[in-house]
Design a protein around this ligand. Structure first.
Ligand code: PMV
Length: 321
């Protein structure tokens, strides 16, 4: 096999982030923006990661010639995997087609795509989701400390999922539905691990109250999933805004995220919330498809790079040359 190209989607959390780490359910969906990994035969081992979809680091390229010991977690993960699979000399090219460290699951998507591409290159068969999960989750643990598993599960499963943070598995799935979401990037980058720790501090300080918030998030997520099944966009939007308030209450929103959430509603969105760990990163809003253009133009002109995302319900995206 000469070349393997693998595409793995990013993800958006619609309801229940942070609380899912403490056992609530959460709703997430795979997005129609991808990490692409190519593996090609070469005379020496090289790795290159570029970020064409990230407005902050779009001109940056991270490289790993074999003589360098790298401190970048992604490069280390990739180089270690080539050793684990005893893959020899290959050129690995990773292109991240959406913002990184911004709530869209870039680390899980990179880990899954690289694992799938190297495994397929080596063994000539596509690994099962379980095999990818087990290997890729090691990177998630290294980066995030205590991941709920929602990112990797959503990315590998595709579609819209209801994830149970207690059972650490997908308990329901939606394979269709035409929703128009806009993602807006605050351009502020942050660490998921640090934000997850900051929320744990609140749990330690006031556990009874925190557990009540977890059960509210659990209800929001279950109800939100029902609304998605019914395609009730107005109520989904209202629930997103309620969820944003809850995330604000535990200190993971920012001035920019709050501003964008209010502005989205003023511009006619059904609802808006931060997505992922917060502390910067991205806002997601749900709107009528005719409203999307105006919201996109306004947010882009205010300096918040924005784009439309839709749930990705598609199959395996893998090419052989
Ligand atoms: O911001 P992201 O893409 O790393 O998403 C993190 C989601 C959290 O709920 C905050 C953490 C987790 O492991 O579920």
């Amino acid at each position: 096999m000469k070349i393997v190209n693998v595409y793995e989607p990013g993800k958006v959390i619609l309801f229940g982030e942070h609380f899912v780490v403490h056992g609530s359910k959460a709703v997430a969906f795979a997005i129609d923006k991808f990490v692409k990994v190519s593996v090609t035969k070469s005379d020496f081992l090289s790795v290159e990661i570029s970020f064409p979809g990230d407005p902050v680091i779009k001109d940056k390229v991270i490289r790993h010639p074999p003589e360098h010991v790298s401190s970048n977690v992604f490069l280390n993960y990739i180089v270690n995997l080539t050793r684990k699979f005893n893959i020899g000399n290959v050129r690995i090219n990773v292109e991240v087609g959406f913002p990184v460290a911004a709530g869209l699951g870039s680390s899980a998507s990179i880990a899954a795509a690289v694992t799938k591409a190297l495994y397929t290159y080596k063994y000539g068969i596509v690994p099962s989701k379980e095999v990818i999960y087990e290997i890729a989750n090691q990177l998630e643990v290294e980066i995030h400390g205590n991941p709920s598993g929602i990112d990797l599960n959503t990315i590998l499963e595709r579609g819209i999922v209801l994830y149970d943070g207690l059972e650490k598995r997908i308990v329901n799935k939606l394979d269709s539905g035409d929703f128009t979401f806009i993602v807006s990037d605050t351009i502020d980058r942050r660490s998921t691990g640090k934000l997850v720790k900051s929320v744990s501090l609140i749990k330690n300080e006031m556990s009874d109250l925190f557990n009540m918030l977890v059960s509210i998030a659990d209800k929001i997520s279950s109800y939100g999933f029902e609304l998605l099944v019914k395609n009730d966009v107005e109520k989904i939007g209202r629930l997103m805004s309620i969820n944003h308030g809850l995330l604000s209450a535990i200190g993971v929103s920012t001035t920019k995220l709050d501003y964008l959430a209010h502005r989205a509603i003023e511009l006619g969105a059904y609802g808006a919330k931060l997505t992922g760990a917060g502390g910067g990163g991205c806002l997601i809003c749900l709107c009528e498809s005719q409203k999307a253009k105006e919201i996109l133009q306004t947010f882009n002109s205010l300096g918040y790079p924005s784009f439309i995302v839709k749930p990705y319900y598609g199959d395996e995206k893998i090419e052989y040359e």
